[in-house]
Ligand binder design. Structure first.
Ligand code: ATP
Length: 347
């Protein structure tokens, strides 16, 4: 494997913030680390960059152990959310900086910077200072500075979080395209699950210092390993309904409702999961529910529904259900079961 983290742990004082992490990244892969604030994503990235020591474990890059190497000897570039550009250097010099440190010949520096600037649409801005650029342009300069060095690995820590929503969507696509065109290896940290889904070849979902699941986005969406991953990935979140499964009667009994499902599962306590867009609506369906209110989002509607005492979110393309009774069904294929005590997926 190109990048390999082996039993990596990190504690600050007595608090373990990264728990026994094993992670492999292939060359040319775009891996996204995602999870809520404080789950250890940034610390993981900083350990790979060499900005933070590991408490134990080993890190390998391109066949070489880098665990104890200083950052400058790792051949890794980091792009931050605060672009960390030099305010009084122009765009050219900001991009050229790493090459000047390496004392490359002037002609080579010029050629490399111009090529990178052209790739990023910065050719006309090379004389400008960072304060004369928009947020998106600054972000491109920060990317340019990393790209021009041709490092083995790109580490990006929420690089788009300072941009407005529209620009973020645009830059998201630009970074992904650039990564594919150049065939570079990227580890990208975000707490935004949409960014994770759209950009990552694979996604690593972290929670409380623990890597909960690492897989392709479809796999994570369709087969989340636990209730945390199930609710973190996908918007609006998967509905989780605690209840009891009776395998003889093939009935799941929740809070004030019963669902008949043609499934085979040991009788017992479970959490049933179903995504809001996979619940069926129709006049002849078996589950009676009440729509408390609906939200309009342009292309779809979110309905906040009561099924017995259980609250549910249902997503449809139709409007006009507020205050009404509706009929629902849970298709067997769309239903997930999780253990009530551990929250782990039950196959
Ligand atoms: P965010 O999305 O908010 O950046 P994160 O997932 O990147 O969160 P980390 O920054 O890796 O989380 O932090 C993980 C935990 O380690 C947090 O509880 C944080 O408070 C703690 N932590 C990080 N750096 C230090 C430090 N230098 N000293 C003590 N605790 C730290």
């Amino acid at each position: 494997m190109y990048l390999c983290l082996e039993n990596v742990k990190k504690s600050f004082k007595n608090k373990e913030v990264v728990k026994n992490l094993n992670l492999e990244v292939a060359k040319g892969e775009f891996l996204v680390l995602v999870g809520p604030s404080g789950c250890g994503k940034t610390t993981t990235l900083r350990m790979i960059a060499g900005l933070e020591e590991v408490s134990s474990g080993k890190i390998y890059l391109d066949g070489r152990e880098i665990t104890d190497l200083p950052p400058q000897d790792r051949d890794v570039a980091m792009v931050f959310q605060s672009y960390a550009l030099y305010p009084h250097k122009n765009v050219f010099e900001n991009i050229a900086f790493g090459l000047r440190i390496r004392k490359l010949p002037e002609r080579e520096i010029r050629a490399k910077v111009e090529k990178t600037a052209a790739m990023l649409g910065l050719s006309d801005l090379l004389d400008r200072k960072p304060r004369e650029l928009s947020g998106g342009q600054r972000q491109r300069v920060a990317l340019g500075r990393a790209i021009v060095r041709e490092p083995k690995l790109f580490l990006m820590d929420e690089p788009l979080s300072n941009l407005d929503a529209k620009l973020r969507v645009q830059m998201r696509a630009e970074i992904k395209k650039l990564q594919q065109d150049l065939g570079i290896t990227v580890i990208y940290v975000t707490h935004d699950q949409v960014e994770a889904m759209t950009m990552g070849d694979r996604i690593a979902v972290f929670y409380e210092g623990e890597l909960r699941q690492v897989d392709r986005s479809e796999e994570i969406y369709q087969k989340p390993v636990d209730t945390f991953v199930a609710t973190f990935i996908g918007s609006p979140s998967m509905n989780l309904l605690p209840g009891v499964w009776d395998n003889e009667r093939k009935i799941f009994r929740g809070e004030g409702f019963e669902v008949q499902l043609n499934l085979n599962l040991l009788s017992g306590e479970y959490i049933l999961g179903i995504r809001p867009n996979q619940i069926k609506l129709g006049p002849d369906l078996p589950l009676k529910a009440f729509v408390a209110f609906s939200e309009y989002l342009g292309s779809e509607h979110y309905h906040h529904v009561l099924l017995g005492q259980q609250r549910l979110t249902v997503v449809t393309t139709e409007s006009g259900y507020t205050g009404q009774e509706i009929k629902l069904a849970f298709p067997e294929k769309a239903v997930h079961f999780f253990a009530r005590d551990t929250g782990r997926r039950v196959e």
